[in-house]
Design a protein around this ligand. Structure first.
Ligand code: SAM
Length: 278
């Protein structure tokens, strides 16, 4: 039995570039873990070296997860099992959710040690609304499937956040502009690293900027929500009222149009009476 921590599964977020972002709590859990489930042991070995510890590591990635999971679940009964990914928060476009699901089903403790996540870090850089956001992970690489995925979210009133790579960035931005219109957006690159930058502007300007110069490094794209529709004009109100009056009495016509166009019901009723008497 581990003297420092209770047995169970510990989800440990690690830096996305700057090793200084490893939290003291994350370092403590990694230092005392009986086993660390890792994507790539070479990457995690570097992190463990940074904090001056050696721990037993077990590869856990898309290709072996189903085979390795039952053994890890069994160990959680008596041991401290830490899960890390190569960078950032495990489970976020990284393996892990089935491990958490099965750990819960087996009745083991599941503890999170939160920290860096590229999606959230990019949201803090881009200067776009953050009250509602939709994380889309990586879009499909094939053009048709990508266009479909974009069309699916075109009407969603939330900032969109997606992961991308340098070579695919330009095609991705062009597909976003095509499917969503020319919205405000941001391209956050190499977050927390030496060449961190966040370039913002309309999608059309970003398409142009990156068309012939695919950027290096890791990238998050953030796209503003759709702009609210322009308010209905008095002419729109008149046209809708005239049509509604062919079917409904003035009060009902005014009510229907007020609801549909977001206009004042009383003013519409007065106008409906005028139109009716013409
Ligand atoms: N689990 C990670 C997290 O919490 O952000 C994400 C893992 S996903 C496999 C890797 C992708 O995250 C990269 O391709 C890139 O899109 C994004 N990413 C990771 N680190 C980044 C960084 N320092 N700057 C910008 N994007 C980054």
């Amino acid at each position: 039995m581990n003297a420092e921590l209770l047995p169970g599964l510990y989800i440990v977020a690690t830096p996305i570039g700057n090793l200084g972002d490893l939290s003291p709590r994350a370092a403590a859990v990694l230092s005392h873990a009986d086993v660390v489930a890792v994507e790539d042991s070479r990457v995690t070995a570097g992190l463990l070296r940074h904090i001056g510890v050696k721990r037993s590591m077990l590869p856990y990635h898309d290709h072996n997860a189903d085979a390795v999971r039952p053994g890890l679940i069994a160990r959680m009964a008596t041991e401290v099992v830490a899960l890390v990914s190569d960078a950032g928060t495990p489970l976020i476009s990284d393996p892990g959710y089935k491990l958490v699901r099965d750990a819960r089903a087996a009745g083991h403790a599941v503890v999170t040690v939160p920290g860096p996540c590229a999606a959230v870090a990019a949201l803090t850089l881009a200067g776009l609304p953050t009250d509602r956001f939709l994380f889309m992970g990586f879009l499909p690489s094939k053009a048709h499937a990508r266009a479909e995925a974009i069309a699916e979210v075109a009407a969603v009133r939330a900032t969109l956040v997606l992961y991308e790579s340098g070579p695919r960035l330009s095609a991705c931005l062009a597909a976003l502009a095509e499917g969503l219109g020319d919205r405000e957006a941001g391209v956050a690159r190499e977050i927390t690293k030496r060449f961190e930058e966040c370039v913002t502007g309309r999608l059309s300007a970003l398409v142009e900027r990156y068309a012939d110069a695919p950027p290096k490094g890791e990238i998050v794209v953030v796209v503003a929500p759709p702009e609210p529709p322009a308010p209905a004009s008095a002419d729109d109100g008149d046209a809708a009222l005239a049509e509604a009056l062919t079917r409904l009495p003035p009060a009902k016509a005014a009510g229907e149009v007020a609801k549909r166009l977001g206009l004042d019901r009383k003013a519409l009723y007065t106008r409906a009476m005028e139109l009716k008497d013409r």
